[in-house]
Ligand binder design. Structure first.
Ligand SMILES: CC(=O)N[C@H]1[C@@H](OP(=O)(O)OP(=O)(O)OC[C@H]2O[C@@H](n3ccc(=O)[nH]c3=O)[C@H](O)[C@@H]2O)O[C@H](CO)[C@@H](O)[C@@H]1O
Ligand SMILES: C=C(OP(=O)(O)O)C(=O)O
Length: 422
């Protein structure tokens, strides 16, 4: 059992190093498995539990993978894949497991999906993925909880997504990249991580155009080569550290954070009284005026990232007045509200809308992380609370944030990770 203990009261000051992006490295591991020869090298890899699970899953299907933690580097040799089965005990522990399907289809002609995990946020459908594979020529069979996809090679087609699914876009690009002919994907995701994956695939030899326009064209090629690629910085990790400075009235330098990647999140934080100054590759963040309340509507990029909705809910607790939050991406992403209420917050939730009545002082207590971002949002609450906040399960936080306690301590926060037998 992993738990975090946080003692509040310190304004964060100093320098934090922003990790590589979880939501870019996971599809990149999937992309590395498309290369039948050579070794892929991924740099700036975040040392998070989801990456550890992805390494285990890649090994379970036959790849040879080395995770060099100190160097934040992955070396992947996918020259021999041996099993099409994505075993439930690993695949159900993270969402990124779904990104291994295209490589299995290209390399082994079959993928057996015993389960896909990820944060529990309400419905997390995969119909766009399966419908897309079918339009490219695959057969999809469902037997109880197991899904079997078979393909004797993909043929280009016109695809569309009802909404711009992040992993759906990445998977259909990877499926089309080694197909025959031209595929067009309409209403494709615009997230910076998707563009970084396209950059890596292009370096591997894929022919992809229209990234970032919502209208992607893929010309299939015969093979893809193993390459070296540096994972982009994690905009969600950067957003969390910016909010940690904001909630404590601190001042931090975020090395590697890219202000443009924050999209609307930047403007919402500015409206709350957070100041940003871009010094090249270092983002300076401070807050020294009272926090103002905010209206947030989550959306796909460049709208307000749903993954930062929980953290900003915590910050809103300390703003004087009512903040309104409308969650539009997931239908079950407000489990945080009742945990914050245990700490003294006053949050009302009606379906996918929340009203945060601030400012309410927060008091440390034992709280539950229901998912990765509600977990990190509770760490933020702990930083601003009186007394000690204990958050379980810390594993969920470690799924997406690397060396959290160490990086928070470097800013003067009292955050400790505790590991005990469960
Ligand atoms: C590993 C990864 O990259 N995870 C991110 C990815 O998740 P993920 O790729 O799973 O999120 P999607 O963009 O696919 O899902 C968003 C919404 O679309 C719906 N949908 C999606 C696919 C589909 O086939 N059918 C369907 O109905 C889902 O139920 C959900 O309500 O994007 C999310 C939204 O930005 C982020 O919160 C996650 O951090
Ligand atoms: C929802 C998230 O992740 P995943 O899709 O990996 O569950 C997240 O990162 O907040």
């Amino acid at each position: 059992m992993v738990r975090y203990r946080v003692r509040g009261g310190n304004a964060l000051r100093g320098t934090a190093f922003i990790q590589g992006a979880k939501n870019a490295v996971l599809p990149m591991i999937g992309a590395a498995l498309l290369a039948a020869k050579g070794r892929t090298v991924l740099r700036n890899v975040p040392i998070i539990e989801d990456v550890r699970r992805a390494v285990e899953l890649a090994e379970a299907i036959g790849a040879k993978v080395e995770l060099h933690e100190a160097e934040r580097t992955l070396v992947i040799d996918a020259s021999r894949l041996t099993s099409p089965v994505l075993p439930a005990e690993i695949a159900r522990r993270f969402r990124g497991s779904v990104l291994f399907v295209p490589a299995l289809l290209h390399r082994l002609g079959e993928a057996v999906i015993e389960g896909v995990g990820g944060c529990n946020l309400g419905s997390r459908n995969l119909d766009f993925h399966y419908l897309g594979y079918k339009r490219l020529g695959a057969a999809v069979e469902e037997e109880d909880t197991v899904i079997r996809v078979k393909s004797g090679g993909f043929t280009g087609a016109k695809l569309y997504l009802d909404t711009p699914s992040h992993t759906g876009t990445e998977n259909l690009i990877m499926a089309a990249a080694l197909g025959r002919g031209t595929t067009v994907i309409e209403n494709a995701a615009l997230e910076p991580e998707v563009l970084d994956v396209i950059e890596m695939l292009t370096r591997m030899g894929a022919k992809i155009s229209g990234g970032g326009t919502g209208f992607i064209t893929v010309e299939g090629v015969e093979e893809l080569q193993a390459v070296e690629h540096t994972v982009m910085p994690d905009r969600l990790d950067a957003g969390v550290f910016a909010m940690a400075a904001a909630i404590t009235g601190g001042e931090v330098n975020l090395v590697g954070a890219d202000l443009d990647h924050l999209g609307v999140v930047r403007y919402k934080l500015e409206q709350m009284a957070v100041e940003f100054a871009d010094h090249g590759a270092v983002l300076h963040v401070r807050r020294d005026r009272p926090l103002r309340p905010i209206n947030v509507i989550t959306d796909t990029y460049p709208g307000f990232a749903t993954d930062l909705q929980s953290p900003i809910m915590t910050v809103a607790c300390l703003a004087d007045g009512a903040s309104y939050i409308h969650e539009r991406i997931f239908d079950g992403r407000f489990a945080l509200a009742s945990e914050l209420n245990k700490m003294g917050a006053d949050i009302e939730v009606t379906e996918n809308r929340a009203v945060v009545h601030g400012a309410t002082p927060l008091k440390g207590t034992q709280v539950t992380a229901h998912d990765l971002r509600s977990g990190i949002a509770l760490v933020l609450a702990g930083l601003a609370a009186e007394g000690e906040t204990v958050i379980e399960s810390g594993y969920l936080i470690d799924r997406g944030h690397s060396y959290l306690a160490e990086r928070m301590q470097a800013l003067g926060a009292d955050v400790v990770q505790e590991i005990s037998p469960s």
